[in-house]
Each structure stands twice: as C-alpha cells, then as structure tokens.
Design a protein around this ligand. Structure first.
Ligand SMILES: *Cc1c(COP(=O)(O)O)cnc(C)c1O
Length: 360
C-alpha cells in the first residue's frame, strides 16, 4: 500500500510517472532492454534526453538564449561548479544567506578560492524570513540565493529586483512548482530528488551569455561549457534519472497543464495546512514568518519534543510518513511537493485536529 509521503527529499513522485517507468522497466521503447541497459549513444536514448529537455524548456518558457544541461553530483556539486566557473580564485561574488544550503554554498565558494561576500542574511533571526534589503557589490560576478529553504520553510516571493549581476539560484526544493520570471537570472538549478525525479541528476538552466564567460581552467566534469558543448554527454550521463525526470516534465505539461496550474494546486495545499496551524490556538506553531512562508516545506512545532515524537509515530501508524523536521533543526515538516496530493494534505489536517483534541 502506498503511503501519504511528506518526505523532504527524496520526495514523492507522481504515481502515473512511477507506473509508466514500471511498465517500461524490462522493455523500453521496443529495445528489448531497460532504458538503464541501453547505451547513451543510441539515437533512442539521445531522443529521450532531447525530449526531456524540450518539455522542460516549454514548461519554463526558456528560449534559445538558455542552455539546459543535466549534471551529476547533486545540488551540492553546483555550489562548487558555480564558484569555479564564474568567480575563480579571488573572484568576487555575492551571497544571500537564508539557511543551511546557502551557508554551504558560501563555504564551498571559499574552498574554491573565490571571495564570496554576504549581500544579506537572516541568520540573526534564526533564518525565519527572507531578507528584502541588500548590500550588493557592484563588482560581484553573480548574486547567489536559495529560492526555497527546505530546512527552514521559507521561500522567496519576490526576487531581488535590481541585482548588479545575474542571479544564480538553487531551486532544488521548489523546481517547477510555480511560474517564474527569469529576467534577472543567469543560472537556476535543482537536484532532481526533491520535486522532479530520482537522485542522480541535477537539472541546470543557464544563459548562454553567462556560460560564455565561464573560466576555462576548470576540470572537465565541472565545466559548464563542456556540458553544453557535449549535450550533457561528455561522459555517461545518469540516463535513468533523466528518463524519470523527463516523465515528470511530461506529466506536469500534459496531465497537470503547466506551472500556473501546479502553482494553484500547490497554493491550495499549503494554505489549507497553514490555516490549520494558525487556527490551532498555538498548539501548532509555524516556525517561519508569515510573509516568508514556503509553499513547499511547511515547518512547525508542537508544545514539546515529546509530543512531536508522539505526533510522528502516530502519523506513521496512520500511513503518513516523512513528517520529521530536518535533523539540523528538529520539529516537524510537511513537504508538499508537486506530487503530494490534496487528499494526503486533508488527511494530515484531520489527523492534526484529532491529535490536538487528544493531547491539547
Ligand atoms: C536537498 C537540497 C540540497 C542538497 O541536495 P543534494 O542533491 O543532496 O546535494 C541543496 N539545496 C537545497 C535547497 C536542497 O533542498
């Protein structure tokens, strides 16, 4: 029996996508083999990767001024790739620190020899909000931010309006969850396993203009221009992960109807859950400031850690999993990624009311 999956990552995938992948498991595309057993140099596999890219472009509205590539090493390798390609030794770059993942990205830039600088941070208030005032360095090569903070449950509603350099954004935990105005962006990326597919592939979209400025003294597997030049097939790409992500892109496009449609669904889910939290007379307490709340990761606390433990255990017994907060902060977290459906959220809200009745 499938459970109501509120995992922070890897997260839930659409059941239609899993079913299609299962149907094709032993004989994909009349090749008599699983897609995992096919060579990535065949025209069938290359066509699959091209189709995945085309669907992604159509979802995000990316024209040819953007390159789309499939990398490995997770979102975490992008922390280094971005600094190595666009800053380099001594290169100046601005970071907006909104939690664990941007802190890691900042540190990684330092390790790569770049000179990252904080343009804003919400650390002084425990990362409970998204900053709206910035001290930008006019010489920065890029401005880095995390679009949705998986751990703290905060999300950008309006990105910085006048950055001095292209915005570079980690969109891992909100990728394809809402339409985006990409005017000021130079690069966006997402580890697949939060919202679009299996771990193993990181989807990167970058402006060709920015890619043209990449440094060339970078190891091949860390070089954006090499990925672009080789259609992400400089070496063996993570074919299976690209394939499943491609099925999710198709599902978003054809079954859901695109990013505006998924945003409406996502909003309905998170609004219902925040309402339940806010209406609990303080029994449930949201951890993020209201104006910065995430539509993807809803973080909250109970009056005691013992109750939180009990909550997780009883929810699990009722077929709801993944409700523990990130290990760095504790508490509770319901991740409402694209594949999490309205029924699961309703079930959780009903459970919360009942749990409060018994324990409040
Ligand atoms: C999960 C997560 C990461 C880390 O992803 P990996 O693919 O495991 O490296 C980075 N950034 C954000 C926003 C995340 O949610």
């Amino acid at each position: 029996m499938r459970v109501a999956n509120f995992n922070g990552g890897p997260g839930a995938l659409p059941v239609e996508v899993l079913e299609e992948a299962a149907r094709d498991m032993l004989d994909w595309n009349n090749t008599g083999m699983s897609i995992m057993e096919n060579s990535h140099r065949t025209k069938e596999v290359m066509a699959m990767a091209e189709q995945a890219q085309a669907d992604l472009r159509s979802l995000l509205g990316l024209d040819d001024s953007w390159a789309v590539i499939f990398c490995q090493g997770g979102a975490s390798l992008q922390f280094a790739m971005i600094a190595l390609n666009f800053a380099g030794p001594g290169g100046r770059c601005d970071y907006i620190n909104t939690g664990l993942w941007s802190t890691k990205a900042y540190k990684e830039a330092q390790i790569c020899g770049a000179k990252p600088r904080l343009a804003a941070t919400s650390e002084e208030d425990d990362f409970t909000y998204i900053p709206d005032a910035f001290d930008f360095d006019p010489e920065a090569k890029y401005v880095y931010l995390t679009a949705n903070n998986t751990v703290r449950g905060t999300q950008w509603k309006h990105f910085p309006p006048n950055p001095p350099a292209p915005l570079v954004a980690d969109m891992s935990s909100e990728f394809l969850s809402r339409p985006l105005d990409l005017t000021h962006f130079g690069l966006i990326y997402a580890g697949a396993q939060k919202n679009v597919g299996p771990a193993g592939v990181t989807v990167v979209a970058l402006k060709r203009e920015l890619a043209d400025k990449a440094r060339l003294d970078v190891p091949s597997m860390l070089s954006y221009p090499i990925y672009i030049k080789n259609d992400s097939m400089y070496n063996t790409p993570p074919v299976w992960s690209i394939y499943v992500a491609g099925l999710t892109f198709k599902w978003l496009k054809n079954t859901i109807g695109g990013l505006a449609a998924i945003e409406t669904l996502n909003r309905a889910k998170s609004e219902a859950l925040y309402q339940a939290i806010d209406g609990s007379q303080g029994f449930y307490r949201g951890t993020a400031r209201a104006a910065s709340r995430s539509n993807m990761n809803v973080t909250f606390r109970l009056p005691s850690e013992d109750l939180e433990k009990k909550f997780k255990k009883e929810a699990q017994d009722e077929g709801m999993v993944g409700l523990g907060g990130h290990r760095s902060v504790g508490g509770l977290r319901a991740s409402l990624y694209n594949a999490v459906n309205q029924e699961w959220v309703k079930k959780l809200i009903d459970f919360m009311a009942e749990f409060q009745r018994k324990n409040g």
